[in-house]
Design a protein around this ligand. Structure first.
Ligand code: 5RP
Length: 262
């Protein structure tokens, strides 16, 4: 129930609710991963079930696929859809150019492939994730398990020559074992503090053997929908150079607010 939501959850919910207004009948939609994206999948499912909206969803993780099917969205693979009209996803950080850090939820590889195969990427977020410089949130880097310690050492060595504040790296764990992505890889979290040149860092990382992909999304996001705990929403479109504001009412809805586990 909305009365039990924290201000952050309300912010995530209104951002998600407003973002599904971008979805039109017949669209192929990339479905992001994480708690904000889960709200979006639920809101979209409601439109499918109650308004008869026809959409095909391409999930960015096994978690999102399960939720999407649960709420009534037809799920297909990216290879079946080929190209998408829109992807809606959360982020861990975004800056003034709508560059992002993603992958806090461990799904950055599929998220980046899906967002890049979309005409438009919309990021849904609360205001607390806006930063002047990316990097306070640890940068996730997906690496193959083979030789991961060597890859980690090489990444640390490489960081000496780029514009970052910190250079600590850690293997993401799931209890006492390495966290395993949907693609069977590991994640290194890079504690950089501040990233001076996100484009350069992204390119250098992706040239390293053992690195599969990194969580920097540079020039991929088109629109950010920022939610606030009081129902306000701000929509920034980087291509149009526009900023719009809106306000959403919280309507108690058992279907949307029940059993949210992501
Ligand atoms: C998952 C992600 C998420 O979008 C990011 O971690 C934000 O998550 P949340 O909406 O739960 O704050 O990149 O890999």
């Amino acid at each position: 129930m909305s009365g039990e939501l924290s201000p952050i959850d309300k912010a995530k919910f209104v951002a998600a609710k407003r973002a599904v207004d971008y979805v039109e009948d017949g669209m192929r939609v990339g479905l992001g991963t994480g708690s904000t994206a889960a709200w979006m999948v639920r809101c979209l499912g409601e439109l499918v079930r109650e308004d008869g909206l026809r959409v095909t969803g391409v999930p960015t993780s096994s978690r999102t696929a399960a939720l999407a099917r649960d709420v009534g969205i037809e799920v297909v693979s990216l290879d079946e859809a080929r190209w998408l009209d829109l992807t809606i996803d959360g982020a861990d950080e975004f800056d003034g150019n709508l560059n992002l850090i993603k992958g806090g939820g461990g799904a950055l590889l599929q998220e980046k492939i899906v967002a890049t195969a979309s005409d438009q990427m919309i990021v849904i977020t609360d205001a607390g994730k806006e930063v002047e410089h990316l990097g306070a949130f640890p940068l996730p880097v997906e690496v193959v398990p083979f030789g991961w310690q060597t890859t980690k050492a090489l990444v640390e060595e490489m960081l000496v020559s780029v514009d970052v504040l910190g250079r600590d790296t850690s293997l993401r764990m799931n209890g006492d074992r390495p966290y395993i992505t949907d693609e069977g890889n590991y994640i290194l979290d890079l504690h950089l503090g501040r990233i001076g040149n996100a484009r350069q860092l992204s390119m250098v990382l992706n040239q390293m053997p053992g690195v599969v992909e990194n969580g920097l999304f540079v020039d991929i996001c088109d629109v950010v929908v920022i939610g606030y705990g009081d129902g306000r929403v701000e929509l920034r479109d980087i291509n149009e150079g526009t900023v719009e504001t809106d306000r959403l009412e919280f309507v108690e809805d058992d279907n949307l607010f029940r059993d949210l586990t992501d």
